[in-house]
Ligand binder design. Structure first.
Ligand code: ATP
Ligand code: MG
Ligand code: MG
Length: 531
């Protein structure tokens, strides 16, 4: 296809929108305020902005608020917040509800022109008839009858609420989306912006092409699951006699072991399976940032996938690998020792009084700042390290020097309980196999909770008819107690660090002058493959 993406070497993509003219392009991102933005929405928002900028055109942020039952102010606020986080800035912010009066007029006009009719067929039967290409019994009602019923709908009367407005298109079209789609429905729920003024609301199929055309959108980008509805979109505009808009598909973003549907995510929130919409296990923009993903990585990832139309299932590892390349060169280094089974190493010739040295938090990146390293005669080692050394072996104590292990003491079960050693700081690091992280015994170590998170579901790819509740992962959060170097007292919420030899972490709960542990969430680095 001519508009297929051609990936460039730098990872970004180059593709032309059909009929796009410099300075005249207008795109739009139309979220429904029925949940927080997730990574799929981020893709849509970033792509729309990308094309608006590429053609020096305009970007509209439009809240598609046509379903009062699902929409909330909280979601409008969070979407605005998340767009700012993503660096997506629209030239204007609009609401589909701004056009409710005009949309109703348009609906009435189409009824008068015989291009729409009022139907009281029940929902299920309507679906069956649509599949079977059977025309509704109401299809040939007179305009007068339709107008009377339309007024009943507007009034929300008992008769009106049984009805909906449908386009009169083509019941025998092979494309089911052209078989008289619904334009208007009754809904008694109050609307977040216009309250109880209306009892009828337009459907997406009706409102979207109208507002796109009226607002001057030249290119309506939609994820590819709407592809079959493109002909319907064009037909709606034709029937309305409005300016044509190019519809342009991009691939819907999906991830393994991940739900990207606001309705399903809402279920996790409502059932207390997550802390909220910003839970670090969630694929929401707020969730993945809280998990330690940088905006830069997110943008690189999305723009590198580009505008390909393949429906593909992405691996999280790909995204986390990009992220690691961004955080590794700059994030500060700290040290932690796991509490369980930690072992003291006595250094026979260690310092009788502790001393402190100020060192860089990142050896190759000065802006990461400095930290104080405390040296004591007895030091803590991770149990696994204490178990790995053998008597007589020379090891390296990181940021200190070499040390001979003189004695390994074990309990009756053979577990290492204590080590005796002798510093050999003039020894060369090149001669040792083990480079160990350690913490001083005496300084004020910080209690730390290390958090490992897992996917919320155990099925890699959820099919259309799968019940997600039957594939929930029973354990998605594992906590491990540790001690951290005293500098970790100063970590800020959201700060990303590397714990030497353990991995990358983001500070979720900082030190709060209490004895409560600080909370560090493990950031995947793209190598932690799911078994
Ligand atoms: P959900 O299924 O999560 O409720 P939605 O498609 O109903 O999502 P909208 O708020 O209507 O959510 O979507 C706003 C825009 O984001 C639309 O243009 C839609 O195509 C796009 N979008 C939604 N999900 C994805 C996704 N997974 N990948 C790419 N774009 C998406
Ligand atoms: Mg939608
Ligand atoms: Mg959807």
């Amino acid at each position: 296809a001519p508009d297929e993406a051609k990936e460039k070497v730098d990872g970004s993509f180059e593709v032309d929108l059909p009929g796009a003219e410099m300075g005249k392009v207008c795109t739009r991102f139309p979220p429904e305020p029925s949940g927080y933005l997730h990574i799929g929405h981020a893709k849509a928002a970033l792509l729309n902005q990308f094309f608006a900028q590429k053609y020096k055109g305009r970007l509209i942020i439009r809240f598609d608020d046509t379903n009062p039952a699902k929409e909330k102010d909280e979601f409008v606020e969070s979407i605005l917040h998340d767009l700012e986080t993503l660096g997506v800035k629209g030239d204007v912010i609009t609401y589909t509800s701004d056009y409710f009066p005009q949309l109703m007029e348009m609906c009435e006009k189409l009824i008068k022109e015989g291009k729409a009719y009022v139907d009281d067929t029940e929902r299920e039967q309507m679906q069956t008839e649509r599949k079977a290409m059977i025309e509704s019994k109401c299809r040939n009602q007179s305009v007068e009858e339709n107008l009377i019923l339309w007024k009943e709908m507007i009034a929300g009367s008992p008769r009106g609420v049984q009805c909906c407005v449908r386009a009169k298109m083509d019941m025998s079209n092979p494309n089911a989306s052209l078989r008289d789609p619904v334009y208007y429905r009754c809904n008694p729920a109050p609307h977040l912006r216009v309250g109880s003024k209306y009892k009828v609301y337009p459907t997406y199929d009706f409102a979207c092409p109208y507002v796109d055309s009226i607002e001057g959108v030249t290119h309506a980008l939609r994820s590819s699951e709407y592809h079959d509805r493109n002909d319907q979109y064009y037909r709606v505009l034709e029937d309305m006699q409005l300016r044509k808009v190019h519809v342009w598909d991009f691939s819907r973003l999906n991830f393994v072991y991940t739900l990207l549907s606001k309705r399903k995510l809402q279920w996790f929130v409502d059932n207390g399976r997550v802390e909220g919409w910003n839970d670090p296990r969630f694929p929401t923009v707020q969730g993945i940032i809280r998990r330690g993903l940088t905006i830069e990585a997110l943008k690189q990832f999305i723009l590198s996938q580009g505008a390909s139309k393949n429906l593909n299932l992405m691996e999280w590892d790909k995204l986390w690998t990009i992220n690691k390349k961004i955080i590794d060169p700059i994030c500060p280094r700290h040290t932690a020792v796991l509490s369980e089974g930690k072992v003291l190493l006595d250094l026979s010739n260690g310092p009788e009084t502790p001393f402190t040295r100020v060192i860089l938090r990142h050896k190759k990146y000065e802006p990461a700042g400095k930290k104080a390293s405390v040296f004591t005669k007895r030091i803590w080692l991770d149990h696994a390290d204490a178990t790995a050394v053998s008597e007589g072996e020379e090891v390296t104590l990181m940021d200190w020097g070499n040390c001979f292990i003189r004695k390994v003491e074990r309990d009756q079960y053979g577990l290492v309980t204590r080590l005796q050693g002798e510093l050999h700081v003039e020894g060369s690091v090149k001669t040792t196999k083990l480079k160990l992280t350690w913490l001083p015994e005496f300084s004020e170590l910080v209690p730390v909770t290390l958090v490992d998170l897992d996917h919320l579901i155990v099925k890699k790819k959820l099919e259309e008819n799968d019940d997600f509740v039957s594939v929930l992962n029973p354990v998605t959060r594992i906590e491990t107690s540790a001690l951290g170097d005293s500098n970790m007292r100063n970590l800020q919420r959201g700060e990303i660090i590397q714990l030497e030899r353990k991995g990358y972490y983001i500070c979720d709960v900082p030190f709060l002058r209490s004895s409560k542990p600080i909370v560090l969430i493990s950031i995947p680095d793209g190598r932690q493959q799911k078994p």
